[in-house]
Every structure is written in C-alpha cells, then in structure tokens.
Write a protein that binds this ligand. Structure first.
Ligand SMILES: Nc1ncnc2c1ncn2[C@@H]1O[C@H](COP(=O)(O)OP(=O)(O)OP(=O)(O)O)[C@@H](O)[C@H]1O
Ligand SMILES: [Mg+2]
Length: 288
C-alpha cells in the first residue's frame, strides 16, 4: 500500500486546532513581546562562513518557521540560538543574540542554564536510552537538584499532557521510552523539552521522520504550545509552514554557499505577496 502524504490528507486540515490557528492568523500575527533578537549574526565552521549577517526578532506566542533549500544554514542558525553551535569543534559565531535583552554570548551567560531557557527538539527523536518514559521527562528537573516526588509526578503528567501523549502512556510510565513508536517518541522529546519550562522551543524538522498522522499531531501540538511559548521551527514542508506558523523567514545560500536571510515577514505575506522575487520562486515551488 502506498502511504498517503501529508498533502493527500489535506481535508484533515479542518481539524479544530488548525482552523483556530487560521482564524487567529488570518490578519497579521499578534503583536507580542520580542523574546529573542538576533543582530548581525554570522556563523563559521573553521574558515567556512555558513551564515552571514542575519538579523531578525522572534516573538512570544508566535510560531516562526524558517524555510529555505538544503544547506542554506537553517540548522546552523537554530543551533546559534542556544549555543549548541559552539559544541561543534572549530565552530564559532559572531554577532549578538539577545534573550529578553540579555546577550547569550556574554561571558557571564551560563550555556547550560541558557539551554534550559531555550530548549531544542531534533529531527530524529532522541529519547534517552535505558531510561523510562517517566525518567525521560523528569530528567531535566532531576539534574537541577533534589525535587520532591509529588512535584515531579505533577510536572511529568502536565508535560506529557501538553505534548498530547499522556493518555497513550499513563499506564506504562515505567516502560522504556524505546517501546514507543517514532511519533510517540517525538512527542516524548517535546514533553521532555517543556518539562523544564523553557521560554523558547527550537525545533529542527521535528516531523520530517514521521508518518502523516503523527505529523498532524505534532502540528496540532505546536498550535497548542504556541499559547505559552515562543516556537521556532525549521521545516522543508512549505504547506506545514503555511498551516502552522505566524511568521516565516526565508534563507538562501549564494554561489559561495554562504547563507543569508532573504526575507522575513508574516506567513500570510510570505506566501501570498512576498517582496523578494527569490522568495516568490521558492514558495511557489519554482526554485530549490
Ligand atoms: N559540522 C559541520 N562542519 C562543517 N560544515 C558544516 C557543519 N554543519 C553544517 N555545515 C555546513 O554549513 C552549511 C549550512 O548547513 P546547515 O546544516 O545549517 O544547513 P540546513 O539549511 O540546515 O540544511 P538542510 O536543509 O539540509 O538540513 C552547509 O554548507 C553545511 O555543509
Ligand atoms: Mg538542517
């Protein structure tokens, strides 16, 4: 049997959460506080410059999608936002990234604490092996020190609930996280990310390894989580960006492979009336 694609399932698009999003996103995105500001950011791998002079703001209670062809620097940009970039040998960044006005690259910024405030979900679900479902979600809080069991129980239930996984796992919390399906593992990773109550959640193609039904669940989840968090998602799925995001950033690498931010606007504008010809070519599928 041929697996249906997410596009083929388009009628499912009339899911209440997405309709709610569309109603909400019809006009310009809601004007909320800027949680993170990127100013003149460049990123390097050794001598190679992967990103040049990127500046943009991310807003609370908004989903911002980052789109662009493979290799244009989307993952690099995301990793610069919680200093995961610097973990890569010889990688470095220049410029400013402000979280609530504080420079995350300042010498007094603790990178471990920063990553609790700016959580990340990866393309491939990566639950901690040899840990139960419960311990995966509780792990971040346990690291922070001794926490009363009943408080942990509460956080685990709330986080799994927010990640739309609680009903599926509530009777098997002590089982290995590896017993879950790929889509469930990804929701578990989202639950783990929100358990420490971050301000921002970065997601790098979180649904690209999932089947269409799990993908739709993750999309609904983002629409739901948006009420509380700033969500920044990299996606190759333009329909997904159009469905779930409030703002869209389009990136492109030049002949020299250096990635640039080409255009950044509300998702409605980006998909219906972009300013730059290259954005129009990309979102209409004539490019990339
Ligand atoms: N660890 C690394 N070491 C050296 N170069 C790297 C490394 N990671 C990425 N690059 C290079 O940096 C550029 C941007 O890569 P990046 O992974 O950010 O692109 P991307 O837009 O996320 O691509 P994709 O859509 O394929 O995931 C590419 O030219 C890539 O080859
Ligand atoms: Mg990438």
């Amino acid at each position: 049997m041929v697996e249906p694609t997410a596009e083929a399932l388009e009628p499912v698009n009339l899911r209440p959460k997405v309709v709610e999003r569309l109603a909400y996103g019809e006009a310009a995105p809601i004007q909320t506080k800027i949680t993170m500001s990127v100013e003149g950011l460049s990123a390097f791998y050794g001598k190679f410059k992967a990103l040049e002079d990127v500046s943009l703001d991310f807003h609370q209670q908004n989903v911002t999608a980052i789109i662009g062809p493979s290799g244009c620097g989307k993952s690099t940009l995301l990793r610069c936002l919680n200093r995961m970039h610097e973990i890569i040998p010889n990688a470095r960044a220049e410029g400013k990234v402000l979280l609530d006005g504080e420079d995350i690259y300042a010498s007094n910024m603790n990178a471990v604490l920063l990553r609790r405030r700016v959580g990340m979900v990866f393309q491939k679900p990566n639950p901690f092996p040899s840990m139960s479902i419960y311990d995966n979600v509780a792990s971040g809080l346990k690291l922070a020190g001794k926490v009363p069991k009943n408080y942990l129980d509460e956080v685990v239930e709330r986080s799994l609930g927010q990640a739309a996984l609680w009903n599926e796992v509530k009777d098997k919390l002590k089982q290995s996280a590896f017993d879950l399906s790929g889509g469930q593992q990804q929701r578990l990773c989202i639950a783990r990310a929100i358990a420490v109550q971050p301000e921002i959640i970065l997601m790098d193609e979180p649904a690209s390894a999932l089947d269409p039904i799990s993908t739709l669940k993750i999309e609904d989840l983002m629409v739901e989580l948006r009420k509380e968090y700033t969500i920044i998602i990299v996606t190759h799925n333009l329909q997904q960006a159009a469905r779930i995001s409030d703002r869209t950033a389009f990136m492109l690498g030049g002949e020299d492979r250096i990635g640039h931010l080409i255009e950044y606007a509300s998702t409605n504008v980006m998909f219906t009336n972009p300013t730059d010809k290259r954005t129009e070519e990309y979102v209409t599928g004539r490019f990339g």
